[in-house]
Design a protein around this ligand. Structure first.
Ligand code: ATP
Ligand code: BTN
Length: 240
């Protein structure tokens, strides 16, 4: 299923008014629905980021999860989501960049986050949260931003969704057929390269210069002249 060349993302869209988390909902139905099924919600009551961190999801944003059934589990699927968001935002006149490993930023603030979860050999749920017209809570102002705030006028959510689905299809296909090409684009769009970053992994902290994103999705860090590969996983990255 889904290995043909045809379009599959958005083949079926389940639209909900309210849900705890579209990722949770998608995981529950994943085995029973075709690849490409999308779960969309107007609001999430318990939207999540990584490590169970809260994702603010009031009405007005795009909160969705895509059920994918790739041949093998691949952490690089997060980049299918990131690149699709980047291309969508670019079409709306913005200049986004990928903050490795799972965020999209515009003008120094986070506009979208991607959360992939799954069961090996069965499915991957690609969760995307994109701030469109939703308000940004006061405690996140300065760190987070919406399309509305940047563009100055509300955007039709269905139009943003349509463009995002289009780009998800395109990048999922590139991922399956030419993953190296996808990673070249990730490298090009990752704005942290060349900058000093802090990597936090549990209680370990590494500080170095981000040099490259390698073809397996890991980040190459230069720590005082020594190169070190940081695997994609539950690592946090902070900019200086
Ligand atoms: P880290 O680099 O530490 O992983 P992160 O930003 O990637 O940071 P995640 O757990 O991936 O952290 O994402 C959740 C975080 O995103 C929350 O802790 C909060 O700071 C922020 N956040 C929550 N809701 C929103 C939103 N709607 N828009 C932008 N940022 C948000
Ligand atoms: C992050 O930045 O850590 C990722 C945030 C991912 C948020 C999206 S919104 C749709 C989907 N459902 C969730 O509960 N999380 C993802």
């Amino acid at each position: 299923m889904g290995e043909g060349r045809g379009i599959s993302v958005g083949i079926r869209v389940i639209s909900l008014d309210e849900v705890d988390s579209t990722n949770e909902y998608a995981k529950k139905i994943a085995r029973k629905v075709p690849e490409g099924t999308v779960v969309l919600a107007k609001r999430q009551t318990a939207g999540r980021g990584r490590k169970g961190r809260r994702w603010e999801s009031p009405e007005g944003g795009l909160w969705m999860s895509v059920i994918l059934k790739p041949q093998r589990v691949d952490s690089r699927l997060v980049f299918v989501g990131a690149l699709a968001v980047v291309d969508t935002l670019s079409e709306f006149g913005l200049s986004p960049g990928i903050k490795w490993p799972n965020d999209v930023w515009v003008a120094g603030r986070k506009i979208a986050g991607i959360l992939t979860e799954g069961r090996a050999g069965e499915y991957t749920v690609l969760g995307i949260g994109l701030n469109v017209n939703n308000p940004i809570p006061p405690e996140l102002q300065g760190d987070a931003v919406s399309m509305l705030e940047l563009i100055g006028t509300p955007l039709p959510l269905d139009r943003v969704l349509e463009r995002l689905l289009f780009h998800l299809n395109a990048w999922y296909r590139v991922f399956k057929e030419r993953p190296g090409l996808m990673m070249a684009k990730v490298r090009e769009r990752t704005f942290i390269l060349g900058r000093t970053v802090k990597i936090i992994q549990d209680y370990n902290v590494l500080i170095g210069r981000a040099v490259d994103v390698l073809d397996d999705g890991s980040l190459l860090l230069d720590i005082d002249g020594q190169l070190r590969r940081i695997l994609y996983g539950d690592v946090s990255l902070r900019l200086f």
